[in-house]
Design a protein around this ligand. Structure first.
Ligand code: F0G
Length: 486
C-alpha cells in the first residue's frame, strides 16, 4: 500500500537529500531513489508581492483560481496577506468549531490539506506560555519563558503531530497504525487511533519507559509489545514490519507528524505577538521536534509572518548525545550511532532518524548544540518544579542547557529565551520521587559523581516527604522547622 497525496494537494513531498519529488510515499516514508527522509514543501505558496504590498498566499491551483475550486473547502483562507492570516487565526479562537478549537488545525493554511471528514482532533495545542521567575534568577536571563507542551491532551508535545498524522492514516484508509516509542509517541498514537476507530500497535523497549506512559497506551487500547531491546532496536523491527504488513507508520519520519508539530512554533509566535524571541531551546531525541519547529520558523519568515529568525538550540543528555557529537566532532558530516543511556528515558535514543533535518535548521537559524549530565538534568527539573510548573526529565534538559549556553556566552543576559517543555511532570513520577528522597542515582553508572555545588543545589531543592505520627504537635513541629529553614 502506498500513501498517495491528495490529487489537488497544495503540498508536495520532496526528498531531503536527492530532491526527488515523488507523487506518493511508501509505507516507510523514505525516498525510493536514495532512502533518505521526505518532507513537505508548498509550491502553491505564491509569494508575489504586488505594488499594493498585499502578499498572495495562493493555496494551489492555477493563478487566479478562486479558493473553492482549487480542491480545498471554504474553511481554508486563500489569497491572504500575513496580517489577514494573523487575524483569521486569532478570530478562530472564539469559534465553536472543532477544527478552529484545535491549536493545530487553527493554522491549517500552513499545512497540507486533509478533508475534514478524516480529521481526528482532541483540541490539541493551545498550550500555555509561562514566565519562570526563579529559573530566570538562577540563569541570569530575565526574559525567560517556557511553552508547556506537556499541557496537551495526552500530556506531551506528540499530540500536535499525531492529530495530523493519524488523520492522514484515516484518510489513506488504514486499519492499523504503529510506532516505536520511548513512551510519549505511543501514548499519543494510541489515543488518536482510538478516537479515529483504528487499531494501534506499540513497540516499546522493555523496562526503559515510564509507567505513566505505558499505562496510557494500555488504557487507550493499544496492542502494546515490550521488546527486549532499546528504542533503536524497536525502530528497526518496525521498519521491517511496515514493509510486510499494511500498517501505517506513525514515527516522526512520517512527514505529516512534522507538519502538525510545526504549529507549536506558529502558536508560540502568536503568543508573543509575532515578535520572535532571541532563542528557542528544545530537547533532542529522535530530532523530529527540533526539525518541525525549525521548519515552521523558516516558513514563517518566508511568508513574512515574522521578520527575523530566533536561534534554535538543541540539547541532549550526555549519555544519549549522538547529535551533539555529530556537530561538535564531525562538523555535522556524519552521525555515529551509539548505545544510549540516560534516566531521561524519553530521549534515550542512539540513532536519531531526523538528524539531517535538525542539522539543517540548526545551521539555518544559527543555533547551538549542547549536552548536559544526569545531575544537571535532575537539578533543572526540580528548579522548573519549584517555579510551580514542572515537567518530565527530558524537558528539563532545556533549562540545564540554557545554563551552559549562558556560561559560554552564547545566550546574553538581556536576550529573550523560550524553553520548550515537551512533557508533563506526571509522566514520570518515579524520577521525581527518587530525586526528592535522594536516591535517584543509586546504582546508575551514567550519572557520574556530582560536584560540591551540585550536591548543595540538590539538597536545597529536595523535599522528601515527612512521615509523622497523626498528632497536631508533630505537624506543628514540622511546620516550625520548615519555617526556620526557609
Ligand atoms: N521530550 C519528550 C518528553 C519526548 O517524549 C521526546 C521524544 C523528546 C523530548 C525528543 O523529541 O524525538 O522529536 O527529538 N520522544 C519520542 C517518543 C521519541 O517515542 O515518545 P524528538
Amino acid at each position: 500500500m502506498s500513501i498517495t497525496q491528495n490529487r489537488e494537494a497544495t503540498a508536495k513531498l520532496r526528498c531531503i537529500s536527492c530532491g526527488a519529488t515523488p507523487e506518493s510515499a511508501g509505507q516507510d516514508f523514505r525516498c525510493t531513489a536514495c532512502g533518505d527522509l521526505l518532507e513537505f514543501f508548498f509550491p502553491g505558496w505564491n509569494l508575489d508581492t504586488p505594488a499594493s504590498g498585499q502578499h498572495s498566499l495562493r493555496a494551489g491551483g492555477a493563478p487566479g483560481v478562486p479558493a473553492r475550486l482549487d480542491g480545498r473547502d471554504a474553511r481554508y483562507s486563500t489569497n491572504t496577506d500575513p496580517a489577514a492570516l494573523k487575524s483569521l487565526w486569532l478570530n478562530r479562537r472564539t469559534s465553536r468549531d472543532a477544527l478552529d478549537q484545535s491549536g493545530v488545525w487553527r493554522f491549517r493554511e500552513l499545512l497540507p490539506h486533509i478533508p475534514e471528514q478524516h480529521v481526528i482532533t482532541l483540541r490539541e495545542g493551545n498550550t500555555p506560555l509561562y514566565r519562570l521567575p526563579r529559573c530566570a534568577r538562577a540563569t541570569g536571563v530575565e526574559n525567560l519563558q517556557a511553552k508547556h507542551q506537556g499541557m496537551n491532551p495526552t500530556a506531551s508535545f506528540k499530540d500536535t503531530g499525531m492529530t495530523f498524522a493519524a488523520s492522514s492514516a484515516h484518510q489513506a484508509g488504514f486499519r492499523w497504525v504503529a510506532c516505536a516509542s520511548t513512551g510519549n509517541t505511543s501514548a499519543s498514537m494510541a489515543a488518536y487511533a482510538a478516537r479515529g476507530n483504528m487499531h494501534s500497535l506499540v513497540l516499546i523497549p522493555e523496562g526503559k519507559i515510564s509507567w505513566g506512559k505505558l499505562s496510557q497506551a494500555l488504557d487507550y487500547g493499544a496492542l502494546t509489545c515490550q521488546l527486549r531491546t532499546d528504542f533503536d532496536g524497536c525502530v528497526r523491527i518496525l521498519n521491517d514490519l511496515v514493509r510486510q504488513k499494511p500498517v501505517y507508520l506513525l514515527n516522526s519520519v512520517n512527514p505529516y507528524r512534522i507538519e502538525g508539530q510545526k504549529t507549536s512554533a506558529i502558536e508560540l509566535l502568536e503568543q508573543l505577538a509575532w515578535e520572535p524571541p532571541d532563542h528557542i531551546i528544545v530537547p533532542g531525541g529522535n530530532l523530529g521536534n527540533s526539525s518541525a519547529i525549525g521548519k515552521a520558523l523558516l516558513e514563517m519568515r518566508e511568508l513574512k509572518l515574522i521578520s527575523r529568525l530566533p536561534k534554535l538550540s538543541i540539547i541532549q543528555a550526555q549519555g544519549a548525545n549522538p547529535f551533539y557529537r555529530s556537530v561538535r566532532e564531525f562538523g555535522g558530516k556524519k552521525l555515529e550511532p551509539m548505545t544510549a543511556d540516560t534516566l531521561a528515558t524519553a530521549i534515550q535514543i542512539g540513532n536519531p532518524a531526523s538528524w539531517k533535518k535538525a542539522l539543517r535548521v540548526l545551521q539555518a537559524t544559527g543555533g547551538e548544540v549542547e549536552q548536559v549530565t544526569e545531575v544537571e538534568i535532575a537539578i533543572a527539573k526540580a528548579e522548573i518544579g519549584a517555579d510551580g510548573i514542572g515537567c518530565e526529565p527530558a524537558s528539563a534538559v532545556t533549562l540545564a542547557g540554557l545554563k551552559k549556553l549562558r556560561r559560554s556566552g552564547f545566550v546574553k543576559p538581556g536576550e529573550a529565551v523560550v524553553l520548550i517543555l515537551t512533557g508533563h511532570q506526571l509522566k514520570d513520577p518515579d524520577f521525581t520521587i527518587k530525586f526528592h528522597r535522594g536516591d535517584l542515582f543509586a546504582g546508575v553508572p551514567v550519572a557520574g559523581t556530582p560536584n560540591e555545588t551540585e550536591v548543595a543545589q540538590a539538597k536545597y531543592l529536595q523535599r522528601a516527604p515527612v512521615v509523622l505520627d497523626a498528632n497536631l504537635g508533630a505537624v506543628i513541629a514540622a511546620l516550625d522547622a520548615a519555617e526556620r529553614n526557609s
